[in-house]
Ligand binder design. Structure first.
Ligand code: GLA
Length: 382
């Protein structure tokens, strides 16, 4: 059990007396690449998590042991570091962003491990950021509220991992609620918990086990393309400050001026915002066919207009679409690899997995990995 391992390793390395924290990864039912466009998303925290044991040292040194990599780093929280391994940039970034916010985290020893597969689009990095943010906030009594913590984590990702992500992943990891999805309005940051009650259906994830190296550079490019689109459109429609303020009809007249691919990017985002709202309505009514239709629509847009899919994801979705009992399927997260999320009738689940495995193996010479996920609470002390 991971928690036991974290406790034992902490005790062996640093002695007894520690506090334990956990932060989850996330899935996203629908609303992809909409967060940094001030749109809507529908994520949920999952039962795959990062677990952290931590204790203050009373000085300024932070020493962190990553069990899964068998690697330890030490740094002075008040100094700059540019030689850290990639994983350590996340806690370091959180500390630095806290300091920018005039908070004063002190030194600590910590040990962590987790079961969120890296590169699967389940936000293992957001979970790492949020577990450190919540733990440091708690043990030093910094008094940061959850929303500010999500922002601190997001900025750690921007400035120390180089990905100009939106707020979705960190928000979901911190605000997650058992058995609920979060409908988040990324413009106002108002949110509502939606019971995930899929009746005779289940959501499961199919991991392509690929992550193309383009992922983070292309992510930042998409963000720039959307910014370019809104800049041009706002010359004509000054009230439009983000793509959130526009519908697919409103942007049509600017097709020539925006050109390709900027127009397609903007069109996708406006359509995806619509789909999130329709999906929430469908969930409220228990209309899973409609929800599934929205998921397929989302994938088509992500693949053809937003251009963030890849052959592995496309094959899993195309195969799923051809199978009885599958209501919806789409790529999830930033794209270029990672998982698809699938809405499937419980009675068809095993046949669907077998068929997906068969066609993926045939095409790519390896099997996808399937995850049945439970929706869990957000980051906190355990
Ligand atoms: C990544 C980012 C999120 C979001 C998704 C795409 O997971 O971290 O902010 O933009 O991609 O929806």
């Amino acid at each position: 059990m991971i928690i036991e391992r974290v406790k034992t390793d902490f005790s062996q390395k640093f002695g007894d007396h520690f506090r334990l924290f956990a932060a989850p990864g996330r899935l996203n039912i629908i609303g992809e690449h909409t967060d940094y466009n001030n749109g809507f998303v529908l994520p949920a925290a999952i039962d795959k998590k990062v677990y952290l044991a931590i204790r203050p040292t009373g000085d300024h040194m932070a020493t962190i042991y990553a069990i899964d990599l068998n690697e330890t780093v030490s740094f002075d929280v008040n100094k700059h570091q540019d030689q850290l391994p990639q994983w350590a940039k996340y806690p370091f970034g959180v500390i630095k962003e806290m300091q920018k916010a005039r908070l004063e985290p002190q030194g600590f020893t910590a040990v962590f491990s987790g079961d969120i597969p890296a590169g699967a689009g389940l936000s293992s990095s957001a979970a790492l950021e949020s577990v450190f943010a919540v733990a440091i906030n708690t043990i030093f009594g910094l008094g940061v509220d959850k929303l500010k913590m999500a922002h601190i984590c997001q900025m750690a990702e921007h400035h120390y991992a180089g990905v100009k992500c939106g707020i979705m992943d960190q928000f979901a990891s911190i605000f997650g609620k058992k058995d609920h999805a979060i409908r988040l309005d990324c413009q106002t940051l108002e949110f509502e918990y939606f019971p995930i009650n899929t009746g005779d259906h289940s959501l499961f994830l199919a991991d392509t086990r690929v992550k193309h190296s383009l992922a983070s550079s292309e992510y930042n490019i998409r963000r720039m393309e959307c910014e370019k689109g809104i800049q041009l459109i706002s010359n004509h429609l000054p009230h439009a400050r983000s793509l959130r303020d526009l519908s697919p009809e409103k942007i049509k007249p600017f097709k020539t001026e925006l050109g390709s691919p900027v127009f397609e990017r903007c069109e996708y985002v406006t359509e995806e915002n619509d789909r999130v709202l329709k999906s929430c309505e469908a969930m409220e009514k228990g209309d899973f066919r409609k929800l599934g239709e929205m998921m397929f629509g989302s994938h088509e847009g992500l693949s053809l207009k937003y251009n963030v899919s890849c052959p592995e994801l496309d094959l899993l979705v195309k195969t799923a679409k051809s199978l009885p009992g599958v209501l919806g399927s789409r790529m999830m997260g930033g794209g270029f690899g990672g998982c698809t999320i699938n809405l499937v009738e419980n009675s068809a689940m095993e046949d669907v997995k077998t068929a997906l495995d068969h066609s993926y193996l045939k095409q790519f010479g390896k099997s996808p990995v399937f995850y049945n996920v439970c929706i869990s609470d957000g980051a906190g002390e355990i």
